[in-house]
Design a protein around this ligand. Structure first.
Ligand code: LLP
Length: 421
């Protein structure tokens, strides 16, 4: 993966040896490359900005403030899905006019915060939500700008747990009902309905489902306009896939062409919401081997990072590439091994690897392509503190988030109150 490479036998992130960072801060540690974020941004924005597309980074993929600031500096808006993300985006300096608020379950409080924060639009997913937005906007004396997220009934062909665009999913408004609901929205006094949105799933590398859903969108635009309503914005969602070791990341030129082919003539302001594409390849989780053992002929290397730090393998059977931070020499034979964490669950595994050298206690490896949905989905299962993060930029690096402590966790406990009952 670019920005991660071996130099003088040591795995580097840009100009910094990972070993240096691991020695200084200990492991587990997430390391991010600023240059990788800039490169992915440039690749995508070069492809889509000629079509007038605004990129709103789906910050659920990674909401670290330093990374958000890099993206904001490049011109990104954000796609956010909670009050917490709204606050973080604001702290990162992103203006309301560059925020899109998605999500199937926004609370009244979140809607109020969004309206007070002058977010660009709310992407609405149900009639009940429309009614609540209308009420909240009315109470604030505001008009809420909304688009309707449709469910195009397109199968993105990705992992079932990250597919969102088929009729069986909870997401979006059934496209058969879109016209009726658009009319309903247009009649609400505190709602200004201005367009449509779609998001069919994540980690998509095949362009066909994108084409199908954009075609569906284009048909709906025409239908809604024929009834006399204005459609001036389309949000095309995210879902752009990356390479996890094997395979190829999505061809963004071809993706842009699909947008052009299907929507160039629709006369709408276009937005996309990529998360993973911008950030996945920028990150790696560095972990140290604690023990090795053999059971029934299988070798296990137990590392100090666990499923709570990176749960994609346990949750989606995701296989992330693993790189030793000291380059294996030609005479080191590969020893198949399961790389597993210390958590007391069999699903606490990062996979079985056949090309790693025989790892020893104290050896370190980088679990690659973990910039997206990795630290962001971490938990404190087994009372394991959230891990620290380091950002690399050229030959400089800095801690960008401290390691959580057990004391931090204990602060939220009210054990005396519980004991006194
Ligand atoms: N827009 C909406 C409305 C979304 O729900 C999502 C992701 C995105 C944009 C960004 O999708 P991306 O470009 O990152 O594919 N935790 C899973 C991925 C869940 C994605 C949820 N929604 C994983 O680790 O694979």
């Amino acid at each position: 993966v670019d920005c991660f490479s071996y130099e003088d036998g040591k795995l580097h992130v840009e100009g910094v040896a990972i070993e240096t960072i691991a020695r200084e801060y200990g492991t587990p540690v997430y390391i991010y490359s600023a240059e990788s974020v800039r490169r992915r941004w440039k690749l995508l924005s070069d492809a889509v900005t000629p079509l007038g597309v605004q990129i709103c980074y789906a910050m659920k993929a990674n909401n670290n403030l330093s990374l958000l600031r890099i993206l904001a500096g490049l011109g990104a808006g954000v796609d956010l899905v909670s009050g917490g993300e709204l606050e973080r985006a604001r702290v990162a300096g992103i203006p309301g006019e560059k925020m899109v608020f998605s999500g199937v379950g926004k609370t009244s409080e979140e809607i109020r915060a969004a309206l007070e924060g002058e977010v660009h639009q709310l992407n609405v997913e149900s009639v009940e939500e429309l009614k609540v937005i209308d009420e909240v906007a009315g109470a604030l004396g505001k008009i809420a700008t909304v688009v309707l997220r449709i469910n195009p009934d397109v199968d993105a062909g990705t992992h079932p747990k990250i597919t969102t665009g088929t009729r069986k999913n909870k997401f979006g408004i059934d496209y058969h009902q879109v016209l009726a609901i658009y009319e309903f929205a247009a009649r609400l006094p505190h709602i200004n309905v201005v367009g449509l949105a779609v998001h069919i799933g994540s980690q998509i590398t095949d362009l066909t489902p994108f084409r199908q859903s954009f075609e569906r969108l284009s048909g709906l635009v025409e239908m809604v306009r024929q009834r006399g309503y204005t459609v001036e914005r389309l949000d095309l969602g995210g879902g752009l896939g990356v390479a996890y070791g094997a395979g190829q990341r999505i061809d963004v030129e071809a993706y842009a062409k699909v947008i052009g082919d299907t929507l160039r003539d629709c006369d709408c302001a276009l937005t996309i919401e990529p998360g993973r594409f911008l950030i996945a390849e920028a990150g790696a989780l560095i972990t140290t081997v604690i023990y090795n053992k053999e059971t029934d002929g299988e070798r296990f290397s137990i590392v100090d990072a666990g499923m709570n730090d990176l749960m994609r393998p346990a949750l989606y059977d995701a296989l992330h590439p693993v790189w030793p931070i000291i380059e294996p020499t030609a005479d080191q034979r590969a020893t198949p091994c399961h790389l597993v964490g210390p958590v007391c669950e069999s699903s606490d595994t990062f996979g079985r690897f056949t090309s790693l050298p025989r790892l020893k206690r104290g050896d370190r490896v980088a679990i690659g392509v973990t910039g997206a949905y990795s630290a962001a989905m971490a938990s404190t299962y087994n009372a394991r503190p959230l891990v620290q993060k380091v950002l690399v930029n050229g030959d400089r690096y800095s801690l960008i988030r401290r390691k959580q402590t057990v004391a931090d966790q204990l602060r939220y406990e009210l054990a005396d109150a519980g004991h006194a009952l």
